[in-house]
Design a binder for this molecule. Structure first.
Ligand SMILES: [Cu+2]
Length: 173
């Protein structure tokens, strides 16, 4: 009787283990991290947006001066294991936007403002988070709608590490 109980217990454990094995470790919404030299780029995502400019005011990263063209932004976390800093110096997309710029956001007197930056530093032995309200990759003049759960390709160029392509998942903010 005791042996039977032990057997059943073992079976339950095996079942539990196999159930764990079939459970994805990452949420399906996040793309796998990409490594480029000493850099690791994780969880790239792009804010869902309509190519028609009317919904532009919904985006917290919209420029008032760009109200005539639809914009959205891309975000990600970049880690740098090197003893030297690196810099994100360019980003690009294919057939998705008229222009791509690197931006930062700051809040002055309660008003969020954005400005273009030449490069975004990834500190040595550290990292930088591109996120709403901070650094972001600005897609200007969207050529088509970006719907949640679709994937877009972003090409990132770093001063030291070179160029890499990442898959960014489109998400609602
Ligand atoms: Cu911006």
């Amino acid at each position: 009787m005791y042996r039977l109980l032990a057997m059943i217990t073992t079976m339950i454990i095996i079942l539990a283990l196999s159930a764990c094995a079939t459970t994805p470790t990452a949420s399906p919404e996040s793309a796998p991290a990409v490594t480029l030299g000493n850099l690791t780029i994780s969880e790239p995502w792009v804010r869902a947006a309509s190519a028609s400019a009317t919904t532009n005011s919904m985006s917290s990263d919209s420029h008032s001066s760009m109200s005539m063209s639809a914009t959205t932004a891309g975000y990600m976390t970049i880690r740098n294991s090197s003893a030297e800093p690196d810099f994100l110096i360019a980003a690009a997309v294919t057939d998705l936007a008229e222009a791509v710029e690197l931006h930062t956001s700051t809040t002055e007197n309660g008003v969020m403002r954005m400005r273009q930056v030449e490069r975004i530093e990834i500190p040595a032995q550290g990292g930088v988070e591109l996120k709403p309200g901070g650094f972001h990759i600005m897609l200007i003049g969207l050529k088509r709608d970006l719907k949640p759960d679709e994937t877009v390709r972003l090409t990132l160029t770093f001063e030291r590490s070179g160029t890499v392509e990442v898959s960014a998942v489109v998400r609602k903010p």
